[in-house]
Design a protein around this ligand. Structure first.
Ligand code: SF4
Length: 342
């Protein structure tokens, strides 16, 4: 297996069966993390890019079985920020030194292009690169957001096993998910995707397929996190995913897509106190500190144990800057677009 790993590190290529063997073999974990860290250093360097995260609405029309924001969850305080609030948070993020913002929400149909494009234009005028993470929309809506200044779009596939996808996304369509990802590419976005690791019924073969999917669509960004059961969802009693496997899938994503932007996600830290730092040392090169303020932070609850819900943006940023410096990494000084290798 060591030879297969060396080959993967050199070529970014691997057969599906070998990928499953790497996923199954715990004895190779440290070697995989070290290889991913080497590839990260050679391709995207030591800079960690910070993206300020604004969670501007937790209202969602979808009903994903693992998510605390699902529409049937009555135990969540719903909110929708006003345009002025979102722009004020962006101005604050600017003052904190951010150059990229991630605007995230549930699938909230209140935010039509008529309402969202003026907000995007105002934020763009502040000099930000803008990432959207607001779910499935028709191609013409994606086009409107691109024209208004959005640069990147995150839309996780969650799982490439279409049967599992159907089970955990009632009323949604796997084919439409694929069509949305294709439309985002067509519109010229940098496209981010990713998966949940440890979903009930998910196999190592499914995870291998997820990894090969990221490679096949040439994902610019890959966001991964462990599945963490939420008490207010139908999966409350399910066994959760584990940190080590999520970290390993993330490291393999780096080996398969050497120049992608890969965040160390907060979900990693929900399962391990040093989760994001360990992720940064296993292939990740991006962190998304939350710049949402006040109660909104605790109302945007996808899974239990979310870190930093009572922090201020200043505290979140300061803490993460210190952690990054402590492992000898630097803060990215540009907007951190993907620099594709020739
Ligand atoms: S995962 Fe996204 S689309 Fe699904 S319920 Fe949660 S916020 Fe809505």
């Amino acid at each position: 297996m060591q030879a297969i790993l060396e080959q993967l590190e050199k070529t970014a290529r691997i057969e599906r069966d070998d990928l499953i063997k790497l996923l199954a073999d715990d004895s190779l974990d440290e070697a995989i993390f070290a290889a991913a860290d080497r590839v990260r250093r050679q391709t995207v360097g030591d800079a960690v890019h910070l993206r300020g995260l604004i969670e501007f609405s937790n209202i969602c029309k979808q009903n994903c079985c693992y998510c605390g924001l699902r529409r049937d969850n009555a135990n969540v305080h719903r909110y929708r920020m006003k345009a002025e609030e979102i722009i004020r948070l962006a101005e604050h993020a600017k003052a904190l030194g951010f150059q990229t913002l991630v605007l995230q929400s549930g699938e909230d149909d209140y935010f039509t292009p008529e309402r969202l494009t003026p907000i995007l234009k105002a934020i763009k005028a502040l000099g930000f690169a803008i990432t959207l993470s607001i779910g499935e929309k028709p191609p013409e809506v994606y086009a409107a957001y691109k024209a208004a200044g959005a640069d990147r779009y995150l839309l996780r596939i969650e799982t490439t096993n279409s049967t599992l996808y159907g089970r955990f996304h009632p009323g949604m369509s796997f084919d439409n998910r694929l069509a949305c990802l294709a439309a985002l590419r067509e519109e010229g976005f940098e496209v981010g995707t990713g998966c949940l690791v440890g979903l009930p019924g998910q196999t190592l073969g499914d995870l291998a397929d997820d990894l090969l999917f990221f490679q096949a669509i040439d994902a610019d960004m890959i966001g991964l996190g462990p599945f963490i059961p939420n008490q207010d969802t139908p999966l409350a009693e399910a066994a959760g995913g584990n940190f080590q496997l999520a970290r390993k899938v993330m490291a393999l994503a780096r080996l398969l897509r050497p120049d992608a932007n890969i965040p160390a996600t907060t979900a990693m830290e929900a399962l391990h106190p040093q989760g994001r730092i360990l992720a940064l040392q296993s292939g990740a090169n991006v962190i998304m500190p939350n710049v949402t303020e006040g109660d909104y932070r605790s109302w945007y609850v996808l899974y239990p144990g979310k870190v930093g819900v009572h922090d201020t943006p200043e505290n979140s940023v300061e803490a993460i800057r210190k952690k990054i410096a402590a492992i000898g990494r630097t803060i990215g000084q540009d907007q951190g677009f993907r620099s594709k290798r020739p």
